[in-house]
Design a protein around this ligand. Structure first.
Ligand SMILES: [Zn+2]
Length: 102
């Protein structure tokens, strides 16, 4: 239990650092995010949603809107956001429907 809390705290710190370094040292940002993922795996927790969106599902790269990914809102039919990773060209589709989502 406390192990997971400590892990989460570390993950938060790592992502904050990654965000700060994305412009000056993107290589370091990527390393921080890799470490955060490894910590989460070790204590078997899911990364919080806000952080999961910052990692490309395909290449596991750290992606930041306006830096190395493109975010488009697709309002038709089922509203969703499409995040395109500019590292690998892969995209992730995130449904916007919050309430009653299956
Ligand atoms: Zn990618």
């Amino acid at each position: 239990m406390s192990e997971k809390i400590i892990a989460l705290r570390r993950i938060r710190t790592l992502f904050n650092l990654a965000r700060e370094m994305i412009h000056s040292r993107p290589d370091l940002s990527q390393r921080y995010v890799d470490i955060a993922r490894r910590i989460a795996m070790r204590v078997r927790i899911h990364l919080p949603r806000e952080y999961r969106l910052l990692i490309c599902r395909h290449c596991k790269g750290f992606i930041m809107p306006g830096v190395n990914c493109r975010v488009r809102v697709q309002p038709r039919r089922e509203p969703h956001v499409v995040i395109t990773c500019l590292n690998c060209g892969g995209f992730m589709r995130i449904p916007l429907r919050r309430r009653g989502s299956k």
